[in-house]
Design a binder for this molecule. Sequence first.
Ligand code: GDD
Ligand code: MN
Length: 377
Amino acid sequence: MASKSAAPKPFWNPSKPVALALTVVVPCYNERANVAPMVAALEKTLAGLAWEVVFVDDNSPDGTSAEAKRIAQTDPRVRCIRRVGRRGLSSAVIEGALSSAAEHIAVIDGDMQHDETRLPLMLQAVQGGADVAVGSRHVEGGDSSGLSSPLRVKLSEAGIRVAQMVTHTSISDPMSGFFLLRRELFDSLAARLTGQGFKILLDLILASPSVLNIVEVPYKFRPRLAGESKLDVLVLTQFAGLLLDKALRGTVPLRFISFALVGVIGVLVNLIVLQLASTAGADFGKAQTIGTVVAMVVNFQLNNQLTYRAQRLKGGRAWRGLALFMIVCGLGAIANIGIATTLYAENGHSLLSGAAGAAVGVVWNYAVSSTLVWRVR
Ligand code: GDD
Ligand code: MN
C-alpha cells in the first residue's frame, strides 16, 4: 500500500543558501597552540562573510590535527586535512586549495605572523579586478621586522631580487606566503604547479601562461605567536632549485642536478680526507679507502637531507639505506672503472675515457638510489 506522505517540512530556515565566499587555507606543522587563536582571529575579521578555514597538517607530532578537529566538531566553518607520510608547505597549500568550493581562496601562515585583518582588503582588491592580492612586507606601510635574524633579512632580500628577475615581475614580495585569488584561477593553474618547497606564490606566478595582475596589500610581519619556524638553509636551497628548474625549463630533473652536485662535494671530501690520512701516516691504499668511505657517508647524508628530502630516511631505515647506498655506489664505481679502462684501451684518451666512465657511474648511482634506496614514487 503506497502512502502519499507529504515531504517533511524543514525545521530550519529554507531561504536561499549562502554561497561560500572564501576558503582560508592554513598550512601547519607543529602549530597546535596557534589553531584556536587563528580561528578566533578569522572569526573577528571576517564577521558577516561566508567563510571557512582549512588547516592542512602533515601529521604533526604535537597534535595540530587533533586540535583543529576538536574545534571543527562544533564549528562547521573549520575543516582539517591531515596528510600522512608527506611533508611540504607548497604541496599542503595546493591540497587545501583544491579542497575548496568557495569563490575565493586565501593562503595564510598558521603561526599568526601574517596579519589576517588585511584579508577583507585583499578580497576587495580581487573583487575589483586583480588576479592575485598579495600581502606584502615591502610596500609602503609594510614591515618585515618579524624576521628572526639579520641573516634572514639578508637572505630574504637576495631571494626577492632573484625571484623578480626570473618572474619578470616587479612585485616587491614574491616570496610571500600570504595571498588571495579566485578559486577558478587557482584551479586552472593547479596542474602546472611544481608543488616543491616553500614558495607557492612564486610557483603560481611562474605557472601562469599570462602575466598576472597582482595587487600588493601592505602588512606588518609579526613575530610568530607560538612554536618555531620550519624555514632553514635546506628549504632555501630547495627554493634555489625551483628557480633553476624554471630556468632550465624542466629539461634536466632537479633531483639529478642535486644528486650530481652532492657527488662533486663527495669527490672533494674524498680528496681532503685522503690528504689528511696520508699526512697522518696512512699508506695510499688505506688513506684512499678511508677517504672513499667518509665521502660515501657524507654523500648519503646530503642526499638524504637535500636530494631526497621528501623521502628522508630516519632511524633504522637510514642505517639500512646507508648500507644499500654504499653497495650501489660501489657497483657504480666498478662500472665506472670498467668502462673507463675499456674505452682507454681502445682510444688511449684518458680524460674522455675517465669522463665517460664517471658519467655512467653517476647515472647508475642516481637511477638505482632513487628506486632502491629512497624509493621515489
Ligand atoms: N603542512 C605543512 N607542511 N605546513 C608547513 C610545513 C610542512 O612541511 N612547513 C611549514 N609549514 C607551515 C608552518 O607551520 C607555518 O604555518 C607556515 O607553513 C610557515 O612556516 P614557518 O616555518 O613559520 O615559515 P617562516 O615564518 O619562516 O616564513 C613564512 O613567512 C614568509 C613571509 O611571508 C613562509 O610562509 C614564507 O613562505 C613567507 O614568505
Ligand atoms: Mn612563520
